[in-house]
Design a protein around this ligand. Structure first.
Ligand code: IPM
Ligand code: MN
Length: 355
């Protein structure tokens, strides 16, 4: 009997449904070719549902999510919904409830893609950021007092325990080992100022690295310097590991160096549970329904999903097809600038994958 995976599809808002349609089309072609099946169930979480029902994600749906092998997310964010509601209610909620404690964000420049980095090419921009995804400023620890008065106080704390740090570091070390490129893990922190949080990270990094991963080189960069080197010498990096907030920031920088939101993808990973893959760009409301948005980031997200499911060959075939398209077909990556429509790009990749 062929393998079958249960996949939850959350197309979400704006252009999310358009890009997700292309990704699932390609996923099905790859599944046919490599002899597995994808049993996809679609969920309508997003701004429209929220405006209609006042509900973001029903409790019962969360329980359903736990039974899937994986989740593919389109985009979250609606112009008529106050910022924060959907992001917290859907994206962060699923990340936390499903304990997707790793946010894996490859920064890879594909052939033919323009980078704003002068004199850099695909051989220079090829690394992965392992962003911790369960702690830090994202835990919502803190509060506001004396609100509305001149003495109002706001506190929001970065929170980490050793367990969270250890499991993230182990994942990153293992990733560097499996990737087998430069066998180097760089910790990105701020030990000169955040002398509690990144002291914890640094001690754990050294201890775990020395004891369990002597084959992996260890480097350390402050976060501000990391940004500088990501622009000036991206070829130095192999795998970067960092906390949630720094990881959020540096991966937008990484994304723009690899061609922007049209291509950047990420995975919210629970290595022992249900992971969720997403293009890291937003819902791009102004392009909605025009069939001009670039679906590649969603395609790359689905490729990461296959990799995590263990369908390596299918994932590799999709990656090869994406490279062929960026190298030889697309004029650009921006919406309306590809020289093809959203669905045409999906069709071209499907054909290459099938062949
Ligand atoms: C990301 C996004 C989210 C984050 C927002 C939308 C909550 O910026 O996935 O990087 O901050 O993690
Ligand atoms: Mn972000």
């Amino acid at each position: 009997m062929s393998k079958s995976y249960k996949i939850a599809i959350i197309p979400g808002d704006g252009t999310g449904p358009e890009v997700t349609r292309e990704a699932t089309k390609i996923l099905n072609v790859a599944a046919d070719k490599y002899g597995f099946t994808l049993d996809m169930h679609e969920y309508d979480f997003g701004g429209d549902r929220f405006l209609r029902t006042g509900e973001v994600i029903p409790q019962s749906a969360l329980e359903e999510m736990r039974k899937f092998n994986s989740i593919l997310l389109g985009a979250i964010g609606h112009p008529d919904v106050k910022p924060g509601i959907l992001e917290k209610g859907i994206l962060l909620y699923l990340r936390f409830e499903l304990d997707q404690y790793i946010n894996l964000r490859p920064v890879i420049l594909y052939p033919g893609v323009e980078t704003p980095l002068k004199d850099k090419g695909p051989e220079d921009i090829d690394y992965v950021v392992v962003r911790e995804n369960s702690g830090d400023l994202y835990t919502g620890t803190g509060g506001i007092s004396m609100k509305g008065t001149p003495n109002e106080v706001a506190v929001q704390s970065s929170v980490y325990n050793r367990f969270q740090v250890d499991r993230c570091l182990r994942y990153a070390f293992q990733y560097a080992r499996k990737r087998n490129k430069r066998k180097t893990l760089a910790l990105c922190g701020k030990t000169n100022v955040l002398t509690y949080i990144y002291d914890l990270w640094e001690r754990a990094f050294e201890e775990i690295g020395e004891k369990e991963f002597p084959d992996i080189n260890r480097e350390y960069y402050h976060v501000d310097a990391t940004c500088m080197w990501m622009v000036k010498n991206p070829e130095w990096f192999d795998v970067i590991v960092t906390g949630n907030m720094f990881g959020d920031i540096i991966t937008d920088l990484g994304a723009i160096t690899q061609g922007g939101m049209g291509i950047a993808a990420g995975g919210n990973i629970n290595p022992n549970g249900v992971s969720m893959f997403e293009p890291i760009g937003g819902s791009a409301p102004k392009y909605t329904g025009k069939n001009i948005i670039n679906p590649l980031a969603s395609v790359c997200a689905s490729m990461m999903m296959l990799e995590t499911l263990g369908e390596d060959q299918a994932a590799k075939t999709i990656e090869k097809a994406v490279k062929e398209v960026t190298a030889n077909k697309l004029k650009g990556l921006g919406a309306g600038k590809m020289g093809y429509s959203t669905s045409e790009v999906g069709d071209i990749i499907s054909e290459i994958v099938a062949s």
